[in-house]
Design a protein around this ligand. Structure first.
Ligand SMILES: Cc1cc2nc3c(=O)[nH]c(=O)nc-3n(C[C@H](O)[C@H](O)[C@H](O)COP(=O)(O)O)c2cc1C
Length: 282
């Protein structure tokens, strides 16, 4: 009988409010240590995957990696193929390369939200509905044995439902489009979401970004001009049932090719290329 009383008093001790609180706090501490430990230890892996994803998107825009594939046509991995590229920071106002930022950690999209390193765009100039534009961006340059092979620039702009983020790749003449691909957007699947359709994306290859006066002139049209006409050189098919997304794509491509985008940089690079080819002939 005395033992029974003892047992019941020790079990009621165990269930006391104080013990419940101690156990709850202990469990919370253990869980938070485990969760924070996992978050810290997985961060490098997350960063690696983010960078790998960015490399894939750049290679895809440049037509070097098929959609859904993780290896190039020659069997090389994404990492191996990306060694052909150099990543450079560019001052968008001057069009010059700059060492003012670390290309490994610099985020142009984040910079565009910081008024000390970006500029506000007037309504007239802001055809891609960005609000602000970063002062420094990144370019991805692929060279081969004969020199410049491809240049890939990051592009973004508003569609119907939100900002579309992608890459535009140019051939070595710096006007012929090698490809365009979006890695993030909110457009409706089957309508604006057709920006991801490989068949539509193929239509960008070979299109001229600049007209004969050097102005960005890409046009997305419902009815194509005659094949031999000048206008046909700048035309890509509009997305059917997605007028807003179509307009957004046209505007964002022309914005980033223009004076407030990579226009000054592409002009400088073109001049350098010409000088090098003239120099090479002498
Ligand atoms: C649910 C829903 C989703 C839509 N998504 C898009 C879209 O992603 N992009 C777009 O341009 N239009 C979208 N639209 C259509 C537009 O509202 C508009 O009707 C269309 O852009 C007109 O294009 P059209 O002139 O080629 O027919 C959507 C409409 C609905 C009802």
């Amino acid at each position: 009988m005395a033992e029974e009383i003892d047992n019941s008093s020790s079990s009621s001790n165990k269930d006391s409010l104080r013990n419940i609180f101690i156990i709850a706090i202990f469990l919370c501490l253990v869980c938070s240590v485990v969760v924070s430990g996992l978050a810290v230890s997985l961060k490098p892996m997350q960063q690696f995957n983010k960078e790998l994803d960015q490399k894939k998107n750049i290679l895809r825009a440049a037509g070097l990696l098929a959609a859904g594939s993780d290896v190039g046509a020659d069997g090389r991995s994404v990492e191996e193929m990306f060694t052909d590229f150099s990543v450079r920071a560019v001052n968008l106002d001057t069009g010059e390369y700059t060492d003012a930022v670390d290309v490994d950690t610099y985020d142009p999209i984040r910079a565009a939200t910081d008024s000390s390193v970006s500029m506000g765009l007037s309504d007239d100039a802001d055809i891609a509905t960005l609000g602000r534009r970063e002062n420094i961006s990144l370019v991805f340059i692929k060279t081969n044995d004969s020199g410049l092979d491809k240049v890939v620039i990051p592009v973004r702009g508003f569609g119907l439902w939100g900002t579309m983020y992608g890459y535009l790749a140019l051939e070595s003449d710096l006007s012929t489009i090698a490809g365009l691909g979006f890695y993030q957007h909110k457009e409706t699947p089957g309508l604006g979401g057709e920006v991801d359709n490989p068949k539509w994306k193929q239509g960008w290859q070979g299109v001229q970004l600049f007209n004969q006066n050097g102005r960005p002139s890409v046009d997305l049209v419902k009815l194509r001009s005659p094949v031999q006409s000048e206008a046909a050189r700048y035309e890509v098919d509009a997305l059917s049932g997605a007028t807003f997304t179509t307009r957004g794509v046209k505007n964002l491509v022309n914005f980033w090719a223009g004076d407030l985008g990579f226009g000054p940089f592409l002009e400088k690079l073109k001049a350098q290329q010409m000088q090098a080819s003239v120099g090479g002939q002498h």
